[in-house]
Every structure is written in structure tokens, then in C-alpha cells.
Design a protein around this ligand. Sequence first.
Ligand SMILES: Nc1nc(=O)c(N)c(NC[C@H](O)[C@H](O)[C@H](O)COP(=O)(O)O)[nH]1
Ligand SMILES: [Zn+2]
Length: 167
Amino acid sequence: APLDHTAYLRLALTEARKSPPKATNFCVGAVLVDEERNEVLATGYTLELPGNTHAEQCCLMKFAQTRGVSEDSVGDILPKSTVIYTTMEPCVFRLSGNAPCVDRIIQTQLGGHEGIRIVYLGVKEPEKFVGENEGRSKLQAAGVKSIHVPGLEDEILQVATAGHAKD
Ligand SMILES: Nc1nc(=O)c(N)c(NC[C@H](O)[C@H](O)[C@H](O)COP(=O)(O)O)[nH]1
Ligand SMILES: [Zn+2]
């Protein structure tokens, strides 16, 4: 069956719903997918793993763990047709100072690996914490395509801002 992008984004949204609401971040969900085999490699949601983690970061950490390698070298073991679905575009700057997910995604290409080739995203990051998220152009410059999968924006933003004061 042809890859159903909305179905994978919906799966990422299911993950996002598991994230504990917090005023200083967004509740995001992500799914790492082997596009050729149409197979889920890992799922993740904000704060799933300890260390103030992001959804995309958790996918990479979890997949690395299943293969017994460090997150930094996850690019060595990713299938060549790996893509990532994330309810919100990857961060390019984090108020906590932790490494942004755009950098973690680009790092998967180190060592001549294809790494993550496409980021499918549900919404752009709202300019609440870090202003305009220039992540998509940074990904583009590294040869990583960003593709917006429309249709779930309202639900995604409602879940993402669950921990924020209602204005
Ligand atoms: N794509 C994405 N996935 C996530 O899992 C997540 N939490 C964010 N959120 C982006 C937002 O800009 C940062 O959450 C704040 O900048 C605070 O930074 P920390 O999260 O504390 O490192 N964005
Ligand atoms: Zn991030």
C-alpha cells in the first residue's frame, strides 16, 4: 500500500498525547519510519526519556538503544530510506540550550550515510519560545526535505500547548 502520510502523522499525534504538559515547551510526537519497508523503526514523545528530551530526539535515542549504539552514531545503523514524522517541525534552538533536533537529524548523515532524508511535519513551530524557527531552511541546506502533511493542525496545536496558560 502506498505510504499514507496522514496515518503516520496521526500515529505521531497519538504519541504526542502521552507527553506530560509543560508551560516551557510543546508536547510533540514523532515516528521514525523505514519508508521502503513501510515500517515503524521507533516512536517518541516530548519528555519520554529522561533529560528534558524532545520527541524526535527520543526516536533516535530509542532506535540507537535497540541496536546497542550511542545516539550520536545512530546514523551508522539507520536504514537508507529512513524518514521522520513529527507533529511539530524540528527545533533549531532550545531555551534549555540542549542540542536542537535539526542538528541531531543532520548528524545522521555523518560518515557518508544517507541518514534521515525527509522530515514530514504537521505544523510549523509557533513563535512562543524562540521566535521564527528557521529549521526548514537549515535542513534544506543539508539536503533534508521538509514536507508539510496538512489536516491535523488544530489537534496538533491543542495537544502541543496543553501545558500553556489559556490566553
Ligand atoms: N519539534 C519539537 N519537539 C519537541 O519535542 C519539543 N518539545 C519542541 N519544543 C520547541 C521549543 O522551542 C522548546 O521546547 C523550548 O525552546 C524549550 O527548550 P527545551 O524543550 O526545554 O529544550 N519542538
Ligand atoms: Zn527538538
